[in-house]
Write a protein that binds this ligand. Structure first.
Ligand code: SAM
Length: 273
């Protein structure tokens, strides 16, 4: 491995068999490793019998630690940046470190490994030709709804990371924003309990009312060209009124009609009131 270099090293997302020989070689050869959580990475190092000094580099210390890492690399050392699982810098610390390397004129070398996003997309059964990676949805209500709204007309397949305990709430938000669409829930990829649930936003909301265990990626179908234009907002309101006449609660009727027309529930609900 070269001096004065940062190696961006992908590590398994669950199955140690996915660690590449080149990743092992990189971790063995660098002077030190910058790890998101050293307690996690030490297990990986032990598994491959690698002994190497580590520094912790995570979201809340990344600025100060980043500068120290840059100083060490400039003084002649080589460093490998890793995260708890998968590719560093993708919804993970590391992104800023690359920018700091660029500013300091430090060479960066990628040692690619598995990525949860791409692995989930590959098995999703949805269109893979064009896609967007959306990372985690914010827990802040305002930025979360702005993010979701900005995607309502997105035609490309969308990839989201999600924490298991937030899943029921997110399924509700997906249905409210996008209506009924194909959705794949990829859970515990490469692990013992790997599961690929190919479903729809509607069915997922109906059947998954408890947090699923483990790590999850959500793959959502993009908007179909037809869906919005085939049903006008007026038709959707008329449909909602029919549902109410048949005994459905206005809020549920608005939701169902909105989903059918690819509109927002509140747009229909306002008209009903
Ligand atoms: N940088 C990593 C990558 O791109 O592979 C992802 C790190 S991100 C902080 C963690 C998220 O990745 C989890 O919340 C989950 O959404 C996803 N993830 C990681 N490992 C996974 C696995 N084995 N199966 C499904 N999703 C996984």
């Amino acid at each position: 491995m070269e001096h004065n270099t940062l190696y961006v090293v992908g590590t398994p997302i669950g199955n140690m068999g996915d660690m590449s020989p080149r990743a092992v070689e990189a971790l063995e050869s660098v002077d030190f490793i910058a790890a998101e959580d050293t307690r996690v990475t030490v297990k990986l190092l032990n598994h491959f019998n690698i002994k190497k000094p580590m520094v912790s580099y995570f979201e809340h210390n990344k600025h100060d630690k980043g500068e120290k890492i840059i100083e060490r690399i400039l003084s002649g050392e080589s460093c490998a940046v890793v995260t708890d699982a998968g590719m560093p810098c993708i919804s993970d610390p590391g992104e800023d470190l690359i920018k700091q390397c660029e500013q300091a004129g430090i060479r960066t070398v990628v040692v690619p490994g598995p990525s949860a996003a791409i692995s989930a997309l590959a098995v999703s059964g949805l269109e893979t030709g064009r896609f967007t990676f959306e990372g985690f949805l914010s827990v802040n209500k305002k930025s979360r709804s702005e993010h979701l709204e900005s995607l309502r007309d997105e035609r490309r397949t969308m990839i989201f990371y999600e924490a298991p305990h937030k899943l029921p709430n997110t399924l509700k938000d997906l249905y409210d924003n996008f209506g009924d669409r194909k959705l794949t829930i990829a859970r515990e990829l490469t692990k013992l309990h790997e599961e690929i649930i190919r479903t729809t936003t509607k069915d997922a909301l109906r059947y998954i009312d408890e947090p699923l265990k483990g790590e999850i990626v959500l793959i959502l179908e993009g908007k179909k060209e037809q869906s919005a234009s085939s049903i006008t907002p007026e038709e959707a309101v008329a449909y909602a009124k029919k549902l109410i006449e048949n005994g459905m609660r206005p809020t549920d009727a608005a939701k169902e009609a909105a989903a059918m027309a690819g509109l927002k529930k509140n747009d229909i609900y306002r008209e009903l009131l």
